[in-house]
Design a protein around this ligand. Structure first.
Ligand SMILES: [Zn+2]
Length: 250
């Protein structure tokens, strides 16, 4: 009897621990295309497709970042199988390689554009951004010049936040509410600044998942190494982040 009670107590503790620590994974991609270096931030088209199929087959609930932020703001719980997809920088292959797969799966995603690169060789153009926007892909700001914000003076940081947003809003013809800190460069003062500038939320490149911090949401970097579906499963299931509290700036 004592043993059974002990085992039940242990099981309850384990359940409570896992339940308290399983949070919604926000996936961070960069390039979807040729992979020259396995440690780089690229994933091949084949790997990306396999990962998206994994989400589809396992009935993961792929939610837009804006909806996810809305749930956090309202304090609403989310099902364990929720996942959010994001891309940083605004590489052209996000349109040519990732969009057709996302469309086929019916998955929303967010692309954070470095606005100073719009229209340059290998980067998304203004027209590309409009096409993505019309296809259900949200466009957010990743600053104008991909600068490490904590190194800037406040006025310079404000300029990066405003200019990039103004450029995107002019191109898209509607407000832009999402922001991504280049190289995960975030401080409490910057979080407050991003909020004051009218953004609804912001993501970092710090590893892990976070429930509440609207202006410093952690993400999980997905690379070609996650072509191994077990590694991908560990990340999208939230298991990978269990007990991880360290900050790891990519
Ligand atoms: Zn970046």
């Amino acid at each position: 009897m004592k043993k059974t009670l002990g085992a039940l107590f242990l099981a309850l503790c384990l359940f409570l621990f896992v339940n308290a620590n399983l949070t919604v994974p926000v996936l961070m991609y960069h390039h979807v295309g040729a992979v020259s270096d396995r440690s780089s931030t690229n994933v091949s088209v084949e790997t990306f497709e396999r990962q998206m199929e994994y989400l589809k087959v396992h009935r993961m609930r792929v939610m837009s970042l804006e909806d996810f932020l809305g749930h956090i703001r309202l304090g609403q719980g989310l099902s364990w199988n929720t996942v959010v997809i994001t891309f940083d920088d605004g590489n052209l292959d996000n349109l040519t390689n990732a969009l057709p797969i996302l469309k086929r799966m019916g998955f929303p995603a967010t692309i954070f554009m470095i606005t100073g690169n719009i229209g340059k060789d290998g980067w998304l153009s203004a027209e590309d951004l409009r096409v993505l926007d019309a296809s259900g892909i949200a466009i957010g700001s990743h600053t104008a010049n991909h600068v490490f914000l904590p190194k800037l003076k406040k006025a310079e940081a404000v300029l990066e936040l405003r200019q990039s947003r103004n450029v995107l809003e002019k191109i898209l013809g509607h407000p832009v509410f999402l922001f991504s800190y280049p190289a995960g460069g975030v401080t409490e003062a910057l979080e407050a600044l991003v909020a004051r500038e009218g953004y609804h939320g912001a993501v970092t490149t710090n590893y892990g998942c976070s429930r509440n911090d609207l202006y410093a949401l952690r993400r999980l970097k997905i690379t070609e190494r996650d072509g191994n579906l077990f590694s991908f499963f560990a990340k999208v299931s939230g298991l990978y982040s269990l007990g991880r509290r360290t900050v790891d700036i990519a």
